[in-house]
Ligand binder design. Structure first.
Ligand SMILES: C[S@@+](CC[C@H](N)C(=O)[O-])C[C@H]1O[C@@H](n2cnc3c(N)ncnc32)[C@H](O)[C@@H]1O
Length: 338
């Protein structure tokens, strides 16, 4: 467990590299100091943990979540097993199955956001071996402290930091995989959180995210109403509209009694690609691209009827007939030779 890689972190908002000053070291570990960016943002390191939380003034929704988590930190591990036993689920099996989706191998470099007290961190660390690296982050100092405590002596390469899950202090393509379980429903900006995870994960790497959400088909049942009454977290809807455009091979599974979702995807680059340029067989003709980008104005119903009749007589596709007709008329009117 160490904080020795100040160069790996960047300013979470400008993404500029950070410079360390006033460092107090213990061997290769940095115990305290200040990281600053060319923009003038300063991030303090204390007890070996950098505070990279941004925005410096959190939105109210995150401030409230932080306060609640700070108050719950001591009791969290005591009561958390109920989350699984309520549905007769084995916590270790469920967490291991989620972590399987990360497709880790020894030597992977992994980011876990909202890592809490480390109930998944220890499983991830076991998968990484001596060459892997695990960056654990949380908004709550009390939760992160418990994580560090749990991971002490486990022999894992662990880099803990305080950070907001939707402003990640890393350059793009820094990780082989990114994991988040619990708490994301209440983030001030869920879409940004997904987009950040895709940004910092290498193309081909995995993102795995889970949280509560009562499935739509159970919301009116007694089962659903009892659970949503006790825990409003179950009323959150699925964040499918908040996934990043880079998400590929996206999968959704309902876990833990069928009332938590886990979404996993492979990180791609930009929008998906497809062949939009092959001639589409049939009377309409054209290609996907000409159909989208080649649209002109509407005509009168009579002109439309005539166009259909003329097309049928020529045997051309409608695309080809229109393309020829429009070209000829355009050439004539702009006075160029065809
Ligand atoms: C329900 S707990 C889950 C903890 C852990 N992942 C687990 O499975 O036990 C949610 C965690 O998310 C953290 N959290 C809440 N809002 C956050 C944010 N905006 N950025 C990072 N972590 C956040 C909380 O402090 C808490 O540790």
């Amino acid at each position: 467990m160490r904080f020795g890689e100040e160069n790996f972190y960047v300013d979470p908002v400008t993404l500029e590299s950070l410079t360390l000053s006033d460092a107090v070291r213990d061997g290769d570990e940095i115990i305290s100091g200040t990281l600053h960016s060319p923009s003038g943002h300063r991030f303090e390191i204390s007890d070996g943990v950098p505070d990279l939380i941004y925005p410096f003034e959190l939105p109210a929704v995150d401030r409230e979540a932080l306060q609640q988590y700070e108050e719950r930190a001591d009791a969290y591990d005591r009561y958390l097993p109920l989350t699984f036993s309520t549905y007769g689920e084995d916590e270790q099996s469920v967490r291991n199955a989620m972590i399987d989706k990360l497709d880790l191998h020894p030597g992977s470099v992994v980011l876990e956001t909202g890592a809490g007290t480390g109930r998944d961190s220890e499983i991830i660390a076991r998968r990484l071996g001596a060459d892997g690296k695990l960056y654990v982050q949380d908004l709550s100092p009390s939760f992160l402290a418990k994580n560090i405590e749990r991971m002490r002596g486990k022999g894992a390469y662990l880099e803990p930091a305080l950070a907001n899950g939707y402003y990640l202090p890393f350059a793009e393509n820094s990780f082989d995989a990114c994991f988040h379980f619990g708490g994301i429903n209440a983030f001030g900006d869920i879409k940004r959180a997904f987009s950040e995870m895709a940004r910092v994960t290498k193309p081909g790497g995995k993102v795995v995210v889970g949280d509560e959400s009562m499935p739509p088909w159970l919301r009116e049942t007694e089962f659903g109403r009892i659970l949503m009454n006790s825990n409003p977290e179950f009323t959150y809807t699925l964040p499918l509209d908040k996934l990043p455009i880079e998400a590929r091979k996206t999968r959704l599974e309902w876990i833990i009694g069928g009332v938590f979702y886990v979404i996993d995807f492979v990180v791609g680059e930009g929008e998906p690609a497809a062949d939009f340029d092959f001639p589409i067989p049939g009377v309409r003709g054209g290609t996907h691209r000409t159909r989208f980008h080649g649209q002109l104005e509407g005509v009168t119903p009579e002109a439309r009827r005539l166009a259909y009749e003329a097309r049928a007589k020529t045997g051309k596709s409608m695309h080809q007939w229109l393309d020829d007709v429009v070209r000829q008329a355009a050439m004539r009117d702009i006075n160029l030779k065809d």
